[in-house]
Design a protein. Structure first.
Length: 381
């Protein structure tokens, strides 16, 4: 079955007007929205829907809509559970366990957050949820306490309730702007005070969130607020090297499960040329997106764990140019604007956790090894 035939029925049967509405709510960047709308304008000028060009352009728009531009799961990492699963599955491989645990512990952003709310249950819920994301979270039970903490320390993000007695969220906002102009503040508000929260945006707040709080929304807004502000230095990518393909895949699935992320496997062994990875220009007959973007689409979210399996066989076929291709894909400094030739618009891969997989460590070219944390193992014992 063609990857295009897998598009859901809603997309396959949608009219141009319906597609236009879907584009507006798909979470695409302005540039991608513009490209999709331009295609719809061209489609609306066709007198027949049976031409090859119409079908190709229509399929392209529907494929864009099928991609998870903003859908994500975020991390719900549990290092103790990961350690337990590694002990159960690989009891004799202490080095494997230690390297994987260290890798994901170090990848946690150590952003410092101040959370302010005079409702104890709400405060504890936020602290608990954001701590699980790996942030350093400092609670404050009222506005006065928050201002005191702002005078004592720096924070990357402040999350504060708006209505809190004498010293409210506005006072916290003003103190934050005065002492820490680079710190972003997120306002929490009830439905009745949304207009007031909008005014807070005009006076310097980064965002506001309505009650009752949805923790997934809170996590997303915090990540957006942090942006590229918090850096953990040059990131490395895991590479599993071992003779058992099934064990390598299983280990990748374990990592995804513990992180609470979707999992997708992309086989590199069948890759014949660059277009298999980067896609083929959609104006060419038989054009399709590449395996990387398609692997993310199958996962249904923008931040899955994707294992690129069969690196050794791909390297053997591609020789030198495989190095630059893979680095463009896995390097967080480059892949935020990854271009698949079929899409012809940037697709953000920076939230994907890539894991490379190979039979033999010696098959990895030296320039690529600089980006990798290679974990060699013999499989399950």
């Amino acid at each position: 079955m063609s990857i295009f035939e897998e598009l859901n029925n809603e997309l396959q049967t949608a009219t141009i007007d319906e597609l236009r509405q879907m584009i507006a709510s798909a979470g695409m960047s302005p540039d991608v929205q513009r490209a999709a709308r331009n295609e719809l304008e061209i489609l609306s000028g066709f007198s027949s829907t049976d031409t090859e060009e119409y079908k190709n352009r229509s399929t392209y728009v529907r494929y864009l809509l099928s991609l998870p531009w903003k859908r994500n799961t975020g991390d719900n990492r549990d290092m103790q559970r990961l350690e337990r699963l590694l002990d159960e599955g690989y009891p004799g491989s202490h080095t494997v366990k230690e390297k994987i645990l260290k890798h994901f512990t170090e990848k946690i952003h150590k952003a410092k957050l101040l959370v302010v709310d005079d409702e104890k249950i709400a405060l504890n819920s936020l602290v608990r949820a954001l701590s699980k994301e790996g942030y350093t979270v400092v609670p404050a039970g009222n506005g006065a306490e928050a201002i005191e903490k702002l005078r004592e320390s720096d924070f990357d993000v402040v999350i504060t309730d708006l209505i809190m007695g004498d010293i409210d969220g506005y006072a916290v906002l003003e103190e934050t702007k005065s002492r820490h102009p680079d710190t972003r503040l997120i306002m929490i508000t009830g439905y009745a005070t949304v207009d007031t929260a909008v005014q807070a945006l005009r006076t310097g707040a980064f965002h506001y969130i309505e009650k009752p709080l949805k923790l997934d929304e809170v996590r997303t807004v915090v990540r957006d607020a942090l942006g590229n502000k918090v850096s953990t230095g040059k990131e490395t990518i895991l590479c599993f090297a071992g003779p058992s393909e099934s064990d390598r895949i299983s280990l990748g699935q374990t990592v995804a499960e513990v992180l609470g992320r979707k999992f997708s496997r992309v086989s590199l062994a069948g890759i014949k040329d660059e277009s298999d990875i980067r896609g083929l220009n959609r104006l060419i007959s038989g054009a399709m997106p590449g395996c990387i973007v398609e692997g993310v689409r199958r996962a249904g979210v923008s931040d899955p764990v994707v294992i690129l399996d069969g690196l050794d066989r791909m390297v053997a076929d591609f020789k030198d140019n495989v190095i630059s291709i893979l680095i463009d894909i896995i390097d967080p400094e480059r892949n935020k604007g990854f271009i698949d030739y079929y899409l012809d618009v940037p697709f953000d891969l920076s939230q994907v956790i890539f894991i490379l997989s190979t039979n033999y460590q010696d098959s990895i070219p030296p320039p690529l090894t600089e980006f990798l944390e290679i974990i060699e193992f013999k499989g399950r014992t």
